[in-house]
Design a protein around this ligand. Structure first.
Ligand SMILES: [Zn+2]
Length: 509
């Protein structure tokens, strides 16, 4: 009974979901008013599906006791969407509208340096490589202006989202998202955070101090200002010199080919679409769009030929191979990654594999490559402290939107990154706060999962970028089951051990 009802409903759901993903892709790659309108229509079509009271009642009548645990979860998620649309549909619509407006405002902001327009990608490049502090200052200020532009809107949006969460019985939208959308146990999350922070806190401070001293020395500054940070002092700057005349897309394709993924063929067959370079009117971040699992996956990115972009491309490709590896035979509701954290774990593993294995050995001289790979641990430490900052800021801000966000950000930046600078709206330039609220904890957990997954893969396959059976192994054992297996069960099934922070902690301390 439930199965028939679910499958019948899923058929309609699949159609509107695919259309929604496609129109989102069109809007993100080309943010014209028409595309925004089409995207809004697709969002409304999706919502309308969950406004059918008759079907809702049928689902409500389902006898839960006759369902498997997995089916119970499917039912719960469906009922949640119906409840949202039927009982708070207008509020949701207003939230989506506000989100689109803020996104549009931010995307159409063009930074200027000395009255000359520059792209956000160029700003990033200046922050990473420019040695002149005057220019760095201007670039940093131009970046923050983008944040200033939407900071007020975001604060208002936080209040709107909280009002919505209250109608669902939650104090804040952050807690609501965590529980209802990501199904993350807040107690378990806190335990993971405090375990990692208490065991690696010393190591984090040690590495931060070392990096700050290097920066001070390089710029001849007694005090570091915000615009000094982000400069690549380490060997990635030298590696960038070797990449600047190369096509990183080719490097990535070759890496995937060595694992057994034929990227060219995927593109030819229309299973994979790449939109990789900056353009006016295009979203300035990087995303993978899983339009149809197993069939149609797309990457939006704004690449340059450097280490960071190669990491981004390999990361997004990781999401794509996961998506495309999901069995099309699964029921629609299971045709997605096991969880957002698992797909992030795979993507992050692929992103930093250039620092773990010898992907760049034909391009970068041996000694430099070894130095570059030695950065891996520092990167892990930086990533963890940054994610803890982002998670805590967001949680705090939703808890108390009356706090001055720039002040809160500066306080937490001091706590987690070991630096106190002028208060500013840097926080508002983090895209997840707008588009993926409460999402960063997925990166944090994924980072731990990633190490556990990689250790296991390495024990089975050796260097995964040098073993052409990697693709088949991943597809079969990790990807194909989609969401039919719960995240922690999947990690246990795959690695033979419960998911924990153990592998990560022993890696960094
Ligand atoms: Zn990702």
């Amino acid at each position: 009974m439930f199965k028939e009802l679910r499958d019948e409903f899923s058929e309609k759901l699949e159609k509107v979901s695919v259309n929604l993903e496609k129109s989102c892709w069109d809007f993100y790659t080309n943010s014209t008013p028409e595309n925004m309108q089409k995207y809004e229509i697709a969002q409304n079509e999706y919502s309308d599906l969950f406004k059918d009271k008759k079907i809702y009642e049928k689902f409500l009548e389902t006898d839960k006791n006759k369902l498997s645990e997995h089916e119970q979860k499917q039912l719960k998620n469906l009922l949640k969407e119906f409840d949202e649309e039927l009982n708070t549909g207008e509020e949701l619509k207003a939230l989506r509208k506000k989100e689109n407006e803020i996104a549009k405002k931010y995307n159409s902001y063009i930074p200027k340096i000395d009255n000359k327009e520059v792209t956000k990608t160029e700003i990033t490049k200046i922050i990473q490589t420019e040695t002149n502090p005057e220019i760095r200052k201007k670039a940093y200020e131009a970046k923050i202006k983008g944040g200033d532009l939407i900071a007020g809107d975001l604060t208002e949006f936080v209040r709107m989202r909280n009002d919505y969460a209250k109608t669902k019985g939650y104090d804040s939208f952050f807690e609501y998202k965590l529980k209802e959308e990501y199904e993350v146990d807040a107690v378990f999350l806190d335990k993971l955070i405090s375990e990692v922070y208490s065991k690696s806190g010393e190591r984090i401070k040690e590495i931060q101090n070392k990096k700050q001293n290097e920066l001070k020395k390089f710029f001849g500054a007694d005090v570091l200002e915000s615009y000094h940070y982000g400069f690549l002092l380490d060997s990635s700057r030298e590696v960038n010199e070797y990449l600047k005349d190369k096509d990183i897309t080719e490097i990535s394709k070759k890496m995937y080919k060595n694992m057994g993924y034929d990227v060219e063929k995927m593109i030819e067959e229309g299973r994979l679409t790449l939109d990789l370079y900056p353009r006016k009117g295009k979203n300035t971040h990087g995303f993978c769009f899983g339009v149809e699992a197993g069939k149609d996956s797309r990457i939006l990115a704004n690449l340059m030929n450097n280490v960071l972009s190669l990491d981004t491309l390999n990361h997004e490709m990781g999401h794509c191979v996961y998506d495309l590896g999901i069995s099309t035979k699964l029921p629609f509701l299971d045709r997605k990654a096991s969880s957002p954290a698992v797909t992030e774990a795979v993507a992050m593993m692929m992103g930093d594999i250039i620092k773990r294995e010898d992907v760049l050995k034909d391009i970068v001289p041996f000694e430099l490559l070894e130095k570059f790979k030695a950065l891996y641990i520092e990167d892990e430490v930086s990533f963890v402290s940054k994610s803890l900052l982002i998670i805590e800021f967001e949680r705090e801000f939703y808890k108390n939107p009356d706090e001055i966000p720039a002040e809160l950000w500066n306080k937490l930046r001091g706590k987690y990154l070991g630096r106190f600078n002028n208060e500013d709206n840097e926080w508002a330039t983090i895209p997840h706060y707008l588009s993926h609220p409460a999402y960063y904890q997925n990166y944090f957990r994924a980072n731990l999962m990633k190490v556990q997954i990689y250790n296991y893969l390495k024990s089975r396959l050796g260097n995964i970028t040098e073993n052409s059976s990697t693709a088949e192994f991943l597809d079969k054992n990790l990807f194909s089951s989609g969401a039919s297996v719960e995240e922690y069960d999947l990690i246990k099934q795959f690695t033979g051990r419960e998911f924990s922070a153990d592998d990560f902690i022993s890696l960094i301390i």
